[in-house]
Design a protein around this ligand. Structure first.
Ligand code: SF4
Length: 353
């Protein structure tokens, strides 16, 4: 079995964004050190070598002063990919240098857009210039693997503004782009009171198709439904999720797929800090079934093996041929197939033999 990945959920943000339902608390600075101690305590139970580590959140750069000591508890292999998410509103060059010194070698920057009006709509605390400066400072600090998150379907976003954002990103030292669709999560302010100018399904589909096209023109290869990278810069940690490989999650709200089971840590920061070892709730005790492998595998441009796709042949006959490719013993979706992934997967799984 390949080595597992390690995910560390950092549940702090300076301020909650109105569309976000990730578990994080704002104004909880007094809990940073207790949280870091709890992460270290939990990591001490594991001495296996991890080959990817991912600090996600939340806003991981807020705990930069504790990153080195947390990583000192991790038995990671010398070539490990060690990523941290980073928010342009709360990280400057000192933070970036400290992150790099602590062992982080890949940065995932929450850019979202390079249009100030769109960033305001999203309630973000940074502007486009902060994001551009952060990426340039990251390169100066020694990061040679930088990803930018952008969002599709921001109220007011147009084909022109998305094109401008992507083209400006390509002029920066960015090797990877993740493009996520803005969705209305019921428990968030946006979910309860949606902006009037939210993109509808048709606009979203157009923005997605445009993003695919521009990324391709700019040399970013689509390797997953929402992810584009220059060759060799695919996110090794996230690939484990899509390939149905195991990973361990530490921290409140973290999920794991570990020793054949999926489990989650409760969304309770104070409980996490107080407990000698994090509590977990099983979410799936027989993961990795056939449907799951098909659903995860078809998200990837590499697709699925012959062994997995043979039962799907009856459904494939019902699909327009431009949506998929069958070659070299693999079934994979094409650029035209990715936008209708949900339709394709449900049709295929409904017609297995
Ligand atoms: S989008 Fe990022 S910065 Fe905003 S609340 Fe969510 S995790 Fe925090």
């Amino acid at each position: 079995m390949s080595k597992r990945g390690l995910y560390i959920h950092v549940p702090f943000c300076v301020r909650k964004c109105p569309y976000c339902d990730f578990y994080s608390l704002s104004g909880a600075e007094e809990l940073y050190s207790g949280y870091a101690a709890a992460v270290r305590r939990n990591l001490a139970y594991y001495d296996e070598p991890f080959d990817t580590v991912y600090f996600g959140g939340g806003t991981p750069n807020l705990i930069t002063p504790y990153m080195a000591e947390i990583l000192s508890e991790v038995n990671f292999s010398p070539d490990a990919e060690i990523t941290s998410e980073c928010n342009p509103a709360s990280a400057g060059s000192d933070t970036l240098q400290a992150m790099r010194r602590s062992g982080i070698n890949r940065l995932s920057v929450g850019v979202q857009s390079l249009q100030d009006n769109e960033l305001q709509k999203l309630g973000r605390l940074h502007n486009s210039s902060d994001a551009e400066k952060l990426i340039l400072s990251a390169e100066k600090a020694g990061f040679d693997s930088i990803s930018a998150d952008i969002m599709l379907g921001i109220p007011g976003q147009t084909a022109t503004s998305l094109t401008d954002t992507l083209k400006r990103l390509s002029l920066l030292p960015v090797q990877h782009i993740s493009a996520y669709m803005l969705t209305l999560e019921p428990a968030t302010p946006y979910g309860k009171n949606p902006p009037v100018d939210m993109a509808d399904d048709e606009q979203m589909a157009d923005l997605y198709a445009l993003c695919q096209e521009i990324c391709r023109e700019l040399g970013f290869i689509q390797y997953e439904i929402s992810n584009f990278a220059q060759k060799g810069f695919e996110c090794r940690h996230n690939l484990k999720y899509w390939r149905d490989e195991e990973y361990l999650g530490i921290g409140p709200a973290a999920h794991s797929f570990y020793q054949g089971k999926r489990f989650a840590v409760p969304k309770d920061l104070r409980g996490f800090i107080a407990a000698p070892r994090q509590t977990t709730e099983i979410t799936d005790d027989s993961p990795g079934d056939y449907d799951e492998q098909v659903m995860m595998g078809l998200r990837l441009a590499e697709g699925i093996s012959e062994e997995l796709y043979m039962p799907l042949l009856p459904g494939l006959k019902l699909l327009p041929p431009e949506y998929y490719l069958l070659e070299n013993g693999r079934l994979r979706l094409t650029a035209a197939g990715f936008p209708v992934y949900n339709y394709i997967v449900s049709l295929l799984l409904a017609h297995t033999n």
